[in-house]
Every structure is written in structure tokens, then in C-alpha cells.
Design a protein around this ligand. Structure first.
Ligand SMILES: [Zn+2]
Length: 188
């Protein structure tokens, strides 16, 4: 090995390595492996970051809501609706009630539509609730418009977005299930 232009015999890295004692060689190997692993992790992290930036990795399949307001199961989502706050009331009729609700945790807005059919035969009227997560822009547009939204307008919202339906038919237990988009059920 050359040290400041002076050749020092017997100091070539290869010779040093051969002369190393077994534990020292093992320690060196461990150190090299550690550096290699660390490097590999950094490369993997950079790769994932690049993919995320390019939109290859989408962190959530359904990008609406959070686990508190929009859990994976329909019954849980119906329970979570109780914790939503009322942001705006768009239609307030006894058999047709439309509101915009919001999650306190993630600020996700939901369009909530309640419909009821009057059953004159007896008191138990079939009721339905539909809950559709909407974007901030959609919520702002609904709130800003002067006229109350038409059913046709509401039905255009959501497209194939996942929404929640709770059906409480006459003389049968209520049921919560997933549907897509918004379809205002028939009502009085
Ligand atoms: Zn939320």
C-alpha cells in the first residue's frame, strides 16, 4: 500500500485481509453485509417513493373517508353515521330529507338522503337512507346553489362510487348494505 507516496510493504488490502484473525474477518463480513442491507433498503425505499410519486401505488383503494367514518363493513358505516356532524340541510320535507354530513376526524363530506313511503294501511312506513361520500367541490356546489337540488341532479352524483344504503321495509328488520352512486328511492 502506498502511504503519502511511500510504499509500505505488506500493507496491501488483500494481504491485510488474509492476515486478519478469524473473528475480525467475521466482524468485517458482518459490517459489509449490514452496509449492503442498509443500501438495499434505501434503494427499495427510493423505488417505492418514485412509484408513489408516479401514482403507481395508491395508498387506499377507496380514497373517500377514514376508518372512523367509512369502515369496510356496511353495519359499521351505518353506526359511524351517528358521529357525523350536520353541515348543511338541502331538502327538509317529512318524507324526503337531504343533508350534507361531515366527519370530524377527516372532514369527508357525505350526501345523506332519507326517503319514506307513506303506508296508509298501518303506521309502519318503509324508510330508506342513502349515504354517499362526496368531494369538497361537490358539497360546495350543492350548498352554493339557490334552488333545492332535484332528484335527477342527486342521482347524477357519485357514479360508481361506493355508497351505503339502509333499508327499513314494512314489518321487516332494517338492513345495511353497499350500493354504488346515488339513487333516490321512491318516496311520498
Ligand atoms: Zn372520516
Amino acid at each position: 500500500m502506498c502511504w503519502k507516496g511511500v510504499f509500505v510493504p505488506g500493507t496491501h488490502p488483500g494481504i491485510l485481509f488474509v492476515r486478519m484473525k478469524h473473528p475480525a474477518r467475521r466482524a468485517l463480513f458482518a459490517k459489509v453485509r449490514l452496509l449492503f442491507d442498509r443500501g438495499r433498503r434505501v434503494v427499495a425505499w427510493l423505488f417505492r417513493r418514485g412509484q408513489r410519486a408516479a401514482g403507481v401505488i395508491v395508498s387506499r383503494v377507496d380514497s373517500f373517508g377514514c376508518p372512523r367514518c367509512w369502515p369496510a363493513d356496511a353495519d359499521g358505516a351505518w353506526k359511524a353515521r351517528d358521529a357525523l356532524t350536520r353541515e348543511s340541510e338541502l331538502v327538509d320535507e317529512s318524507h324526503f330529507h337531504v343533508m350534507i354530513l361531515a366527519c370530524k376526524a377527516c372532514e369527508q363530506r357525505f350526501l345523506s338522503v332519507f326517503t319514506e313511503m307513506v303506508d296508509w294501511a298501518d303506521g309502519e312506513d318503509p324508510q330508506a337512507w342513502t349515504l354517499l361520500p362526496i368531494t369538497a367541490a361537490e358539497a360546495a356546489e350543492l350548498i352554493a346553489q339557490r334552488d333545492i337540488p332535484s332528484e335527477a341532479q342527486l342521482n347524477l352524483l357519485g357514479g360508481d362510487r361506493k355508497s351505503l344504503r339502509r333499508d327499513h321495509p314494512k314489518a321487516a328488520p332494517a338492513r345495511n348494505f353497499w350500493i354504488t352512486g346515488m339513487t333516490v328511492p321512491p318516496h311520498d
